[in-house]
Ligand binder design. Structure first.
Ligand code: 5GP
Length: 238
């Protein structure tokens, strides 16, 4: 597999073409951003850890029959994926109320949400990724009604697959953001699933083990990402 030119530079990842038109390489960097790019920094080893943690999740989801863009891990920081057309709707699944939900609505921080809540956000940093509903997405031509229903179904199926897996590692899956892409006439999970895109709390201490440590300047960020990776690899070894 020959890595060719950079075709996209995101906030934390770069995408490269390859000699195979059906394969791209995602390069995970240590750049960290928050608040739609307003806060920037570097988290040592983040690229490596997010790449390897995402790979573990994508493998778990493949076992659960969920289609993803993941096709392999090439190196510590490089993931092999299929090319997709990203749907400009971010799907957020919440098991516990926190973050923007508690700022927008009178949910008490830490309350369990049963059934889990699925929210849609328009993927546009310049607008601050605003909350939208299915009707907005349809009128803006972001996705079809069928695609929106499928993204919701897959989002909940991903939650069902990852929650018990993480709980086995003593980690509570509080909430997470997903991005989907169009590939060969269907939808597949794209982007990454990592401490950058999820909230993970330690099951016994409720300590934050994710990007909230960066957002809130809590320190011990690399240690938290490392701990997630170590617990998941230990689980794999059992
Ligand atoms: P909230 O809406 O509470 O800020 O975020 C809900 C969940 O989705 C959190 O796990 C958060 O990390 C994730 N999330 C929402 N929007 C984004 C985004 O634009 N980028 C990243 N990396 N994660 C996001």
């Amino acid at each position: 597999m020959e890595k060719r030119q950079k075709i996209h530079e995101g906030k934390a990842k770069a995408v490269y073409s390859t000699d195979d038109p059906d394969r791209l390489i995602i390069d995970f960097t240590d750049t960290a951003t928050a608040f739609d790019g307003a806060k920037r920094g570097t988290i040592h080893e983040k690229g490596r850890l997010n790449n390897l943690i995402s790979a573990l999740f994508f493998e778990k989801l493949a076992e659960a029959g969920i289609p993803t863009h993941y096709r392999g891990t090439l190196s510590d920081r490089e993931m092999l994926v299929v090319p997709v057309e990203i749907v400009m709707v971010e799907m957020v699944v919440r098991n516990i109320a926190t973050g923007s939900l508690c700022r927008r609505l009178p949910f008490i921080d830490g309350t369990e949400l049963e059934p889990p809540l699925v929210e849609l956000f328009y993927k546009d940093d310049s607008l601050g990724d605003p909350l939208i509903n299915d009707d907005h997405a349809l009128l803006m031509g972001l996705a079809s009604r069928e695609e929106l229903a499928e993204m919701k179904r897959l989002s909940l199926a991903i939650n069902d697959a990852l929650r018990p897996y993480l709980m086995d590692a003593g980690i509570v899956l509080v909430d997470f953001k997903l991005e989907f892409g169009r590939y060969q006439g269907g939808l597949v999970l794209a982007d990454e699933i990592s401490p950058d895109t999820c909230r993970f709390w330690d099951a016994s201490t409720k300590e934050k083990m994710d990007k909230d440590r960066f957002r809130k300047d809590m320190g011990k960020i690399e240690e938290a990402y490392q701990e997630i990776y170590q617990r998941l690899t230990r689980l794999k070894g059992d």
